[in-house]
Write a new protein. Structure first.
Length: 260
């Protein structure tokens, strides 16, 4: 990753104004004005290309961002990071790129402006509700019907690293282009198990999660960057700042993401 990558989230400054009423009996505090179309001047379409594992969190972040900038239209595109970076390099009109790993952001070095880490994630074994395949450990994946992310996708690269460290060889029933596809097959009982991110299974009742040994040693760090040829550069910069802000980081934490 290039040296401009920062491993701590940037702080967003907020100010509060105290207004003295002139009344001898009391003084009132006036809250700081929230960022809005009137104060930010932001408008237009904002297209964010983000890893599939970010879909829930970025939907929520997008909603919060639009609440502060109502003249901006938030248009997310979710897919595997390798697919997204290919589209970006082929000229897709994206404003922001958020990758599930540093390797795919590295491919966008020529167009990504100051990539910054904003979240982290680890893998779990996902099984259908009730665990009909009786999967308990990584070793069980060698004999169970297992689906994995393709090796070029961040969750696939992380899965390969985790399995190699455990000395487990898996002949995958299928190799998917994003983690959402893996989870969909597991939830539909088309597979006994799959490796997905810990954040993917939170709040779901159609799958169960097993934390495998060594999962804490394989951590995906997520970088984000505005793109140099962003059609809506001002909104892109503001969105990146929001993701890195205390408000954005809280939303990510609520969705189970770790600190950068």
């Amino acid at each position: 990753m290039n040296h401009s990558l920062r491993r701590s989230a940037a702080a967003v400054l907020a100010a509060a104004a105290l207004v003295l009423t002139g009344c001898a009996s009391a003084a009132e505090s006036t809250p700081a004005p929230s960022t809005s179309a009137e104060t930010s001047g932001l408008s237009g379409d904002l297209t964010v290309y983000a890893a599939a594992s970010l879909s829930g969190a970025f939907d929520a972040i997008g909603e919060a961002f639009i609440a502060e900038n109502p003249d901006v239209t938030f248009s997310p595109v979710y897919d595997g990071s390798s697919t997204l970076v290919t589209q970006i390099l082929e000229g897709a009109p994206a404003d922001v790129f958020a990758s599930a790993d540093e390797a795919n952001m590295e491919k966008a070095t020529d167009v990504a402006v100051d990539p910054t880490l904003f979240a982290s994630n680890t893998l779990v074994i996902a099984v259908p509700a009730g665990n009909p395949g009786g999967v308990e450990t990584l070793d069980d994946l060698a004999t169970a019907t297992t689906v994995l992310c393709a090796p070029e996708v961040p969750c696939g690269a992380a899965s390969a690293k985790l399995l190699a460290a455990a000395g487990v060889t898996v002949d995958a029933a299928s190799l998917e282009q994003n983690v959402t596809a893996v989870l969909t097959k597991v939830a539909a009982s088309e597979a006994d198990a799959g490796l997905v991110y810990a954040t993917d299974v939170i709040g779901r009742d159609d799958v169960e999660a097993i934390v495998p040994d060594g999962a804490d040693e394989v951590v995906n760090h997520y970088p984000i960057a505005a793109l140099s040829d962003a059609p809506n550069a001002d909104a892109a910069d503001a969105f990146v700042a929001f993701v890195l802000s205390e408000a954005g980081q809280k939303i990510l934490a609520d969705f189970g993401f770790g600190a950068p």
